[in-house]
Design a protein around this ligand. Structure first.
Ligand code: SIN
Length: 487
């Protein structure tokens, strides 16, 4: 068990109506460190009854929160942002021990999550309505925006702080109250954020956090309870589809940030050093466990050899290990299952004719402990390998060769996913072509890092609905009401 006194923000009980609560059954579940299997904490394992209670208190708290002026809500969110940054190091340490990512990345994630709180503290003041010219002289058309009400948020383990902040901040800015279910692998970051939200003055019941192992039961209540008017979910497409069905009964509004299969394309005129830097950043962030990670690499035949040699040289600089140790750039995967899935995808590619271009050796100190997979480069990956069709969610890059723009645009768009894409080229004409032709919600041109609070994050096709972040991000949490005033 972690020494809890090192982490004053570490909470192990559910947060309902401003109180820290045990599960009704007194049950707990273990949260373990994926780098070594150590038990970090035993956390309250809540279920349907607690979820129902949290929804009821959120419904009571929401109108009072919405009645505050936008500026009051903004000031409270701003205080929360300040507190998150003041506790950045401790929050990052909690994040690293429960999720595994290297401490430097965890520090970055806390700043990234905080940036959404700061952004929506500002946006709270800009939820403008409209006055629209009317067709009739004795009528006036007014549009106002109102909070959707009680929001359910279901968040993933890969960004336990930032994905929750990205949902809570716009919801609260709009005047909603939230009942959130963090992933059972990583509830501690969410609970620590809630502790700081309380300290910042967010009233009881406006944020409720439900740790629990039985995601289906908690999610079932969140999606079937008619008080909940909206669901925001980040996670797999398969679960997203189930949640859509579950929300259909009440016609709840839904924001979904689902799976991706990001193509990373290097054209013959690209600056190869820039492309390699982008490939490392995009592919190996969080050990390859992000929805926007480069997943399929398409490399123009004329620079294929040069690019792969440069990529191997850069991959040799990656250092795998426990994220709390200094100099580590690749942490463990989240679970044994995750490692086995990556192993199976690599085996399938090799069977199909791919070759290993590079595979790091795992340090003896970690080998056999924790859920590690070595950074791996596969060459000559067949286009139809499973690796190119499914999210890898691991530190494996597989290169595919291409010859023409038309061919590669066809390959890019031949996917049911449409979250992020990355292209490297110096040609303005080609950039225009790609910007219009590529079917994805986000496109990085000559950059491998595209996520920030100012930009609309989200996908098309089976990668989801709605946008998070940016000035569009608050739209998902407001209802538009049109008022026709007659005179
Ligand atoms: C995700 O993997 O779901 C989010 C990644 C990001 O925000 O950059």
């Amino acid at each position: 068990m972690a020494n809890l006194s090192n982490f004053p923000l570490l909470r192990t009980r559910a947060f309902i109506n401003g109180n820290w609560c045990d599960a009704d059954s007194a049950a707990t579940f273990p949260v373990t460190n994926p780098a070594n299997g150590d038990l970090i904490a035993s956390v309250a394992d809540v279920g349907v009854a607690e979820t129902r209670r949290a929804i009821a208190v959120a419904a009571q708290a929401q109108p009072l929160w919405a009645q505050k002026t936008a500026k009051e809500r903004s000031n409270i969110l701003r205080r929360w942002f300040d507190l998150v940054l003041q506790h950045q190091d401790e929050l990052a340490q909690i994040l690293t021990i429960e999720q595994g990512k290297p401490l430097a990345e965890a520090i970055g994630e806390i700043a990234y999550g905080a940036a959404y709180i700061e952004w929506f503290a500002e946006e709270a003041k800009r939820v403008y309505g409209d006055v629209i010219p009317s067709a009739s002289p004795d009528q006036r058309i007014i549009v106002i925006k109102q909070p959707v009400g009680v929001v359910a948020a279901i968040t993933p383990w890969n960004f336990p702080c930032a994905m929750l902040a990205r949902k809570l901040a716009p919801a609260l800015a709009a005047g909603c109250a939230v009942v959130a279910k963090p992933a059972s692998e990583t509830p501690l970051s969410a609970l620590a954020l809630a502790a700081l939200a309380q300290e910042a003055g967010i009233p009881a019941g406006v944020i409720n956090i439900l740790p629990g192992k039985d995601s289906a039961a908690i999610g079932g209540e969140l999606t079937s309870n008619p008080i909940v008017r909206k669901l925001s979910f980040t996670g797999s497409t398969a679960v997203g589809k189930q949640l859509i069905q579950q929300c259909a009964n009440d016609v709840k509004r839904i924001t979904l940030e689902l799976g991706g299969n990001a193509p990373f394309v290097v054209f013959d005129d690209a600056d190869l050093d820039t492309a390699v830097t982008g490939a490392i950043a995009s592919k190996f962030r969080n050990a390859g466990q992000t929805c926007v990670c480069a997943n399929r690499f398409y490399i123009h035949r004329s620079i294929y050899k040069q690019f792969s040699e440069k990529l191997i040289a850069a991959m040799k600089q990656l250092s795998v290990g426990n994220g709390v140790d200094s100099g580590i750039t690749i942490g463990p995967l989240i679970s044994k299952n995750a490692v086995e899935k990556v192993q199976a995808l690599v085996a399938d590619a090799l069977e199909g004719g791919a070759r290993i271009g590079y595979q790091a050796e795992l340090n003896k100190a970690i080998n056999g402990q924790g859920h590690f997979y070595p950074p791996t480069l596969l060459l000559d990956v067949p286009r139809n390998a499973k690796l190119n069709q499914q999210e890898i969610f691991g530190p494996v890059a597989g290169l595919v060769v291409f010859d023409t723009d038309e061919e590669v645009i066809g390959l890019i768009n031949n996917s049911e996913f449409g979250l992020a894409s990355y292209c490297y080229t110096a040609s303005a004409k080609r950039i225009k072509l790609l910007s219009e032709a590529i079917e994805s919600g986000m496109l990085g041109i000559n950059t491998g890092l595209i996520s920030n609070e100012m930009a609309p994050f989200g996908g098309i096709k089976q990668s989801g609905w709605g946008r998070e972040g940016s000035h569009y991000g608050i739209d998902d949490y407001v209802n538009i009401k049109y008022i026709c005033e007659g005179f």
